[in-house]
Design a binder for this molecule. Structure first.
Ligand code: DC
Length: 225
């Protein structure tokens, strides 16, 4: 059977990563978390204390940094210069820095090239902000996942609590609103639905319900191909 490219875009904490991961598992596809790649760039900049508005320093950093997503039985592992940084990139301060660094052309050019290389054979589910519009505009199936910001903030709040952190709800909400604004209003590859993307509101859905809904669209699409 043909192994297609599935693009899943949407704002932070909309449920896209969880759904993408489970859908990929159900289909026996690779899963590629592209947000993790921008997070790894942000972590590299933070560790080396680089001002991301300093073009030369940023260029030097990006050209000399290796970011890789590895698929394992346990899920995606993010490697930064061969070090497993999967946990470190989930720190709350990395989220805003990832959003800021992802607006830079040098960063996007390199990450998009890597993503295309990793996904070009098909049989892959990629999640991000610009997969259906920029990375793989030719993807056979595209979703745009949304949910009200209050719902997304609640989800992120619980996620952080489960990790043993003590988040403040208002701060989580504010961070999401800031990122939504930055990711949607930037000049390069802003977060917008592709014209042919199927919009799914995960607000009223359970995780199983989300995966099922996407799976049904997948089956319908496969019958057309
Ligand atoms: O999906 P995430 O929240 O882990 O992504 C972190 C940031 O990376 C997000 O705020 C915007 C950026 N990003 C992007 O610009 N393009 C992508 N394809 C994925 C993420």
């Amino acid at each position: 059977m043909k192994r297609i490219i599935i693009a899943i875009d949407g704002p932070a904490a909309s449920g896209k990563s969880t759904t993408a991961k489970l859908l990929a598992r159900k289909l026996g596809y690779l899963y590629l978390d592209t947000g993790a790649m921008y997070r790894a760039c942000a972590l590299a900049a933070k560790r080396r204390n680089i001002d991301i508005d300093d073009d030369d320093a940023l260029k030097d950093l990006i050209l000399n940094t290796h970011v890789l997503i590895q698929n394992t039985e346990q899920g995606n592992i993010t490697l930064l210069d061969s070090e497993d940084v999967s946990t470190a990139i989930r720190e709350p301060d990395i989220s805003l820095l990832a959003s800021a660094i992802s607006a830079k052309a040098i960063v996007r050019t390199k990450m998009v090239e890597l993503q295309r290389e990793m996904g070009k054979m098909g049989g892959v589910v990629l999640d991000g902000r610009d997969i259906g519009t920029v990375v793989f505009p030719e993807a056979e199936l595209k979703f745009f996942i949304v949910a009200p910001v209050q719902v997304r903030a609640e989800r992120r709040f619980l996620e952080l609590q489960e990790k043993g952190l003590s988040p403040v709800f208002e701060e989580v909400l504010e961070e999401l609103q800031k990122r939504d604004k930055a990711d949607s209003s930037r000049a390069l590859a802003p977060l917008i639905p592709a014209q042919d993307a199927i919009e799914i509101d995960t607000g009223p859905l359970t995780i199983e319900g989300q995966v099922e809904e996407l799976y049904q669209h997948y089956q319908k699409r496969m019958a057309e191909l």
